[in-house]
Design a protein around this ligand. Structure first.
Ligand SMILES: Cc1cc2nc3c(=O)[nH]c(=O)nc-3n(C[C@H](O)[C@H](O)[C@H](O)COP(=O)(O)OP(=O)(O)OC[C@H]3O[C@@H](n4cnc5c(N)ncnc54)[C@H](O)[C@@H]3O)c2cc1C
Length: 248
């Protein structure tokens, strides 16, 4: 986490750990991009928010987004075939504990637009993920759009992950949207994946960052709060305690 936050204060705000990924090449050989047209639309819903309708494939979002760093973050999800076919709606609805896109969407204070027989409801993603592969989607609902919350002018985004070497899933991944004002952090929204049984917002880290100067010491102190409200999962890669250290 401290690496992701630290990266926000460097000139290039894109920060990804992992194998470099040129989406047009596999094993050094060029591959054709999917010809699938952009099936969704990114629609502004207020001056600073937006709604991704139609829940397109990752590659479509990477092609359409203009927010610095987001396309590069998506380019490090899985491989070119998965990015061409897998959708962001599928990723959010599936709620894999190590999925990347939920952390990114949480950092943008996203919401899920759910539609069922009774109409539409909007559920903030902070609270939407309820457990491993469990969400707030009711059996008679589908996810029809994902909204992002307002992002302050000048805010930066970074996503860093420790990828599982075979699949690319995040063993841990941290996404951060950080805004500053007069030399102090005025906005912090942080999504974490891989550490807990579901992706989550690291609210205590956010609280510790807001008002700080964003120095290494401040980031380190804030990152120590990452497991305040969650139960770090033990898995084949590490026990819970080591997972916390890796995330911080
Ligand atoms: C080889 C491989 C590597 C991968 N690596 C990564 C990785 O590095 N990082 C990562 O994050 N993910 C990774 N994935 C997972 C991939 O991102 C997801 O499989 C994909 O995003 C799911 O999207 P989909 O459209 O295929 O969904 P589907 O597989 O079609 O659906 C997934 C689940 O969500 C439900 N669902 C889908 N859409 C909706 C909807 N609109 N409303 C309600 N429910 C819905 C489906 O019923 C299903 O239960 C990998 C997958 C593969 C195969």
């Amino acid at each position: 986490m401290s690496h992701a936050l630290d990266a926000l204060f460097r000139p290039a705000s894109v920060a990804i750990i992992g194998a470099s990924s040129d989406p047009t090449r596999i094993g050094g050989r060029p591959v054709a991009f999917s010809k699938r047209a952009f099936r969704g639309a990114i629609v502004p819903i207020n001056p600073k928010g937006g709604e991704i309708q139609g829940l397109p494939a990752y590659a479509s979002i990477a092609a359409a987004t203009t927010f610095p760093g987001v396309a590069a973050a998506i380019d490090h999800i899985a491989d070119v075939q998965v990015r061409n076919r897998g959708t962001i709606g599928g990723s959010i609805a599936h709620a894999d504990p190590g999925a990347d896109f939920p952390a990114i969407a949480l950092a943008f204070e996203g919401s899920a637009v759910l539609r069922g027989p009774g109409g539409e409801r909007v559920v903030p993603l902070d609270g939407f993920f309820e457990g491993p592969f469990q969400t707030a989607i009711r059996p008679d609902e589908i996810l029809v759009a994902v909204r992002r919350g307002p992002v302050p002018d000048g805010a930066n985004f970074a996503y860093m992950k420790l990828p599982q070497p075979a699949s690319g899933y995040a063993i841990v991944g941290v996404a951060a949207v950080i805004g500053t004002s007069n030399g102090t952090i005025s906005h912090a929204a942080i999504g974490v994946t891989g550490l807990h049984e579901h992706p989550f917002r690291a609210e205590d880290v956010e609280k510790a960052l807001i008002g700080s100067d964003g120095s290494d010491a401040a980031i380190e102190a804030a990152a120590a709060h990452v497991d305040d409200d969650v139960e770090p999962s033990s898995d084949i890669h590490a026990d819970g305690e080591r997972s916390v250290l890796r995330t911080a």
